[in-house]
Design a binder for this molecule. Structure first.
Ligand code: LLP
Length: 425
C-alpha cells in the first residue's frame, strides 16, 4: 500500500563505521556485526538476571570472536554439535561453561563433550542415557540435565514451537516419559542430575508461557522429591526471547520476564516445599540479532504486474528466515540521499525460485535503482548460521565493527572453496 510516511535514507553507521563504506570495502552481500551491541546485550542480561546463569545459544551465530566476547562478558555457551563445541573451544571458551544440547547427538558429539569436559549434557531421549554413562566410564561423573516438554505452546512460528508434545524435542510430562528418564538417570552412578531443562520455543514475545512452564516443572520437581527424595539445584528455562525486526514489532521485555520468573519460582517452590533452584537461561537471538545488519546491492528493479520487484545480490541462501518462518524485515536505502517519495516494493533475492523473497511489501524510495545499497537491520541471528550455498552462491563474509574500525571475522566463501569439495571425477 502507498504511504506518505517519510523513509529514513542516506548513510547509516554502526559502531562508528559508515555502512556504505563497508559495502565498498568488503563487497556485498555482507553481514556487519556491532561488537559493542553484542557486549551491551550480554550486560543487560546479566543485570536483568543477576542470580541466573546466562548461556548464549551459539546456534544463533558463532565465530571465534563471538565466542571470545561471550566469554569476556561472563556468559556460558549453549552448543549443539561438535562443530560449535570445537570452534568455541579453539577460541579459548572454557568447556565447563558450555552445555551440550541435541535431540540426536552423535557418538562424536558426546565423546568430544566428555573429553573436553563440558559443564552439562542435556538428555533429550532415553536411549542416550546409557550411552552417556558408558562413555563417561567407571569412576567418572558427568553433570546432566533432562529436557522436559512442559506442554506450553509458544513461539513466533509453528516450526519454532517446542513446548508441546508432538514435536521432536524433549521428554513428555504428560505421558510419563520425563519421569521415567529421570528415574533412569538417577540410577546411573556416572551421571549427576543437576536439574530439569525446557526450551518452549523461539521468538516468544510474552512472559506468560515461561511462567506456566516454571509452574509445571516445579510440579515435576515436587513429584521427583516425593518419589526419589532428591531436589535439584538448577532449573534451565532455555531461550526463545523474541526481538523486533521492524519498528513497532513486539519484543519480549526482559525486566518483565525476570520479575515474572522470579515471582513464579518463589511461589511454586514455596507451595511445593522445595528450595528455589538457580535459574539458567539460554538466549541466542536476543543477544545477537539486533547487533547485525545485512548489506545488499540492488541488481535489478522491475515492475511485474502490480508488483515492483527490487532484486538484490543475496537472498534465501544468506537469509532463509522469510521463506521458512514468514519472517518480516525492514530494508532501507543507504549510501545516498533522495527526496523521492516512498513506493511499495518486494525485495527479492537472486536464487532460482519464487519463494526467494527477503521482504514483502515494504516501502522504498520511488527512485530505487540498480547499484543502490540496501541495509537490513536486526539481521544478526539465524541468518549467517543458517546460510547455505544454494545455486553455488558462496556464503557472505561477516565483518565486526567497533570504535570506528572494521575487521573481517569470517571471509566470503569463494568459488574455489565451493569447487574444492567436489572431489568426484
Ligand atoms: N536453547 C535451546 C535448547 C534451543 O534449542 C534454542 C534455539 C535456544 C536456546 C535459543 O533460542 P533463541 O533465544 O535464539 O530463540 N532458526 C530459527 C530459530 C530456531 C531456534 C532453535 N533453538 C529462526 O531463525 O527463527
Amino acid at each position: 500500500p502507498a504511504s506518505t510516511a517519510r523513509l529514513p535514507h542516506g548513510d547509516l553507521s554502526v559502531g562508528g563505521v559508515a555502512l556504505a563504506g563497508l559495502a565498498g570495502r568488503f563487497g556485498t552481500p555482507v553481514y556487519v556485526l556491532d561488537e559493542d551491541e553484542v557486549r551491551s546485550r550480554c550486560r543487560t542480561y546479566r543485570a536483568a538476571f543477576p542470580d541466573a546463569r546466562v548461556l548464549y545459544a551459539a546456534k544463533a551465530f558463532l565465530s571465534r570472536a563471538m565466542a571470545r566476547w561471550i566469554d569476556e562478558e561472563g556468559l556460558g555457551l549453549d552448543v549443539c554439535s561438535v562443530g560449535e563445541l570445537e570452534l568455541a573451544h579453539a577460541a579459548g571458551f572454557p568447556p565447563e561453561r558450555m552445555v551440550l544440547h541435541g535431540n540426536a547427538k552423535t557418538p562424536h558429539d558426546i565423546e568430544t563433550a566428555l573429553r573436553l569436559g563440558v559443564g552439562r549434557i542435556v538428555v533429550d531421549s532415553p536411549s542416550e542415557i546409557a550411552r552417556i554413562a558408558a562413555l563417561t566410564g567407571p569412576g567418572g561423573r558427568q553433570k546432566v540435565m533432562v529436557r522436559v516438554v512442559p506442554g506450553v505452546s509458544a513461539g513466533g512460528h509453528e516450526k519454532i514451537r517446542t513446548g508441546t508434545d508432538g514435536q521432536k524435542f524433549g521428554l513428555s510430562l504428560t505421558d510419563g516419559s520425563a519421569q521415567h528418564a529421570i528415574a533412569r538417570v538417577l540410577g546411573q552412578p556416572q551421571l549427576e542430575l543437576t536439574g530439569l531443562h525446557c526450551h518452549i520455543g523461539s521468538q516468544i514475545t510474552d512472559a506468560k508461557p515461561y511462567a506456566v512452564a516454571v509452574r509445571r516443572l516445579v510440579g515435576l520437581m515436587a513429584r521427583i522429591k516425593d518419589n526419589h527424595g532428591v531436589t535439584f539445584p538448577e532449573l534451565d528455562l532455555g531461550g526463545g526471547h523474541g526481538v523486533a525486526h521492524r519498528p513497532g514489532d513486539p519484543a519480549l521485555d526482559l525486566t518483565a520476564l525476570a520479575r515474572r520468573l522470579g515471582a513464579e519460582l518463589a511461589t511454586s517452590c514455596a507451595a511445593a516445599g522445595l528450595p528455589v533452584p538457580r535459574t539458567v537461561i539460554e538466549p541466542g537471538r536476543a543477544i545477537v540479532a539486533p547487533a547485525g545488519v545485512a548489506l545488499y546491492r540492488v541488481l535489478a528493479v522491475k515492475h511485474t504486474g502490480p508488483n515492483l520487484f527490487v532484486a538484490v545480490d543475496g537472498g534465501m541462501s544468506d537469509n532463509p528466515r522469510p521463506a521458512l518462518y514468514g519472517a518480516r524485515y525492514a530494508p532501507r536505502l543507504i549510501g545516498r540521499s533522495t527526496t523521492a517519495g516512498p513506493v511499495a516494493a518486494t525485495v527479492v533475492g537472486r536464487h532460482c525460485e519464487a519463494g526467494d523473497v527477503l521482504a514483502n511489501d515494504v516501502l522504498l524510495p520511488g527512485d530505487i535503482r540498480s547499484g543502490d545499497l540496501l541495509a537490513v537491520p536486526v539481521a544478526g541471528a539465524y541468518q549467517v548460521s543458517m546460510a547455505s550455498s544454494y545455486n553455488l552462491v558462496g556464503r557472505p563474509p561477516v565483518v565486526a565493527v567497533h570504535d570506528g574500525t572494521a575487521r573481517l571475522l569470517i571471509r566470503r566463501e569463494t568459488q574455489e572453496d565451493l569447487r574444492r569439495r567436489d572431489v568426484g571425477a
